[in-house]
Design a binder for this molecule. Sequence first.
Ligand code: URP
Ligand code: ZN
Ligand code: ZN
Length: 460
Amino acid sequence: MSILIKNGRIITATDDYTADIFVEGETISTIGNNLKMEADTVIDASGKLVIPGGIDPHVHLEMPFMGAFSSDNYETGTLAALHGGTTTVIDFVIQSQGKSLYQALREWQGRANGNVFCDYAFHIAVTDFNPQTQLEIKDLIEQEGISSFKTFMAYKGALMIDDRQMVGLMNEVKKHGGMVTVHATNGDIIDYLVAKNKAAGNLTPLYHYLSQPEITETEATGRFIDMAFQTDSNAYIVHVTCEGALNKVREANKRNQKIFAETCIQYLVLDASVYERGFESAKWVMSPPIREKKDQKALWAAINQGIVQTLATDHCPFMWDDKLKGKDDFTKIPNGAPGIEHRMELIFSEGVNKGKISLNKMVDITAASSAKIFGMFPKKGTIAVGSDADIVIFNPDTKHTLSATTHHHHCDYSAYEGHEVTGKAETVVLRGSVAIDKGSVKIQKGYGEFIKRSKLTNII
Ligand code: URP
Ligand code: ZN
Ligand code: ZN
């Protein structure tokens, strides 16, 4: 099969030019002006942006968490991703404490295999680092192509590891060419504040927000960075939300560390006023919580300064019935919100259209940097001869309104209900096949491939 994409404005993390793209099989074979090849499909991209398929480096599909499963499974979640122009997602396999990493991997593979629409990879969350777990790291990197390991500094008793485990893991992962990533918030301070609020009868979703103040993220981010310094490791911080944490990354840069930071679209476009809506605020109960306007300003600046390299969603939707479990106690509200479909259009609409970031920066944070940091570049994350033909033809003028009535998430509410955006993924090509065309799905479930990633020793 072949596709000829004509006259599009091609944007990569570094380039911006008009040309034609010829796709043969799964990869891009030629880029040039006035290409005359015969093709099975010809797409006129005049007036459109032609950008690399998005990579969302942080999603939770069908994840067992806080007494429920995140409501998008591999089928619905990856289809929603494609509708929004994201062609690769990195999901988290989560070890159960007391069990092995491979047991968790097999469980996650069992849910994903044959059900995935877009391409995908796994990080593995290590929740119990011990002499047995230690032995599994090498094979996971070298045999399975899973080179990044997530850790939690919060959610004590379920996911959290202590600092001794953290440095042990960092040393082992580094030895085999992988990288440790972290949910950096101080679990003990949060647990203390949660208990204090509960004792005082403060049980509404607002107290989820008030139990995780900025300092809990700032402190843990700094401590994690110090552990990376001590072990001489590169490291990555997921869902950075606030000015204090960003300043810790700045300090790390000053002492010549290589610390990567991710933020998520919700932290750029929503502010803490979402917690002033009574129990409706449960829609935005996530960890860390949505922050202040001053943090949004700091995040946009950090993107432009290269302090934040990647943009994710932390997509982790729960049905409203599951959120209702916390009607009388915010600690029972499953943490997480939907967003996998909206990342690309929101960053274009709120970032590029409003003059906050350039188009090149948009491609960098939505695709190129994740591919580089997580060992998938140049197969993914760019438009170049030999790269996978993961291409989005993006209409910069399409206006639409985000809503649970039109989104493709399997979730009965939207975190962005009524939000008006300009720009939309119109045609999405995944490995040389048109996957989505003007809202119609053109591929079958199971088309998505697992991406084995390389070691992360010589990344950007
Ligand atoms: O609230 C969130 N973010 N839920 C998903 C798990 C995590 O902490 O990333
Ligand atoms: Zn997290
Ligand atoms: Zn997460």
